[in-house]
Design a protein around this ligand. Structure first.
Ligand code: ADP
Ligand code: AMP
Length: 213
């Protein structure tokens, strides 16, 4: 099963993608996580991506597409995957579609997690991410057992630089201009599914499982 998660930054794509990956035993692929790992390891790609991420802009398609296509060609993707944060532009969606077409393959579902802009700033300012394993929490809605400590690996939890309110505003503008058109793109291909992302994360997941079966 090949799934794309759509939705504004902070809508809960990552939270749901991790649960989908576990339930359906497919890898969770987050381009944001791949970039953050590169930044942490000080790679050239990481240094280039950081300039855009810190400004709340998208990393250019030329850099993003290659990484994603390499990742989905890996062995563990044979039975499918859940993409979180890719595609974010129409050209990215077209490259993915063409690459899959060449293999006689396609995306099965594009799930749009719908959360209005008013809720997003609160979501992002409360998000805490693990510096080591990338697990995410929310200080109020999805808190870790011990404040500031990851339940899964015991490492420190931080507020991402790009989750500060001034950057979130930019990211929302970028989302509306460049990413939201993908809703129409996948609707035309009759694989778009919408879920209400404002309810509790376990309720969002139930709605997704009802779609995926
Ligand atoms: P995205 O991957 O779309 O950027 P995340 O999954 O990281 O979003 O979620 C953003 C923040 O909102 C995180 O702090 C997460 O713990 C929290 N969150 C996720 N889903 C919900 C939900 N249904 N209700 C409230 N908070 C949520
Ligand atoms: P995320 O973790 O999905 O919120 O992504 C964090 C940041 O990484 C985004 O704000 C972008 O700067 C960059 N990024 C992640 N995925 C993509 C993508 N598909 N295209 C362009 N930039 C991306």
């Amino acid at each position: 099963m090949k799934i794309i998660m759509l939705g504004a930054p902070g809508a809960g794509k990552g939270t749901q993608a991790k649960m989908i990956a576990e339930k359906y035993s497919i890898p969770h692929i987050s381009t944001g996580d791949i970039f953050r790992a590169n930044i942490k390891n000080g790679t050239e790609l990481g240094m280039e991506a950081k300039k855009y991420m810190d400004a709340g802009q998208l990393v250019p398609d030329e850099l993003t597409v290659k990484i994603l296509l390499d990742r989905v060609a890996a062995d563990d993707c044979k039975n499918g995957y859940v993409l979180d944060g890719f595609p974010r532009t129409i050209p990215q969606a077209e490259v993915l579609e063409n690459a899959l077409n060449e293999l006689g393959d396609k995306i099965d579902y594009a799930i749009d997690v719908d959360v209005p802009d008013e809720n997003i700033i609160n979501r992002m300012s409360g998000r805490r991410a693990c510096v080591t394993c990338g697990a995410t929490y929310h200080v109020v809605h999805i808190p870790p057992k011990t404040e500031g400590v990851c339940d899964k690996c015991g490492s420190e939890l931080i507020l991402r630089d790009d989750d500060k309110p001034e950057t979130v505003k930019n990211r929302l503008d970028v989302y509306h201009k460049q990413t939201q058109p993908l809703i129409d793109f996948y609707n035309k291909r009759e694989i778009l599914k919408e879920v209400d992302g404002t309810v509790d994360s376990s309720e969002v997941f139930k709605a997704i499982v009802a779609i995926l079966g």
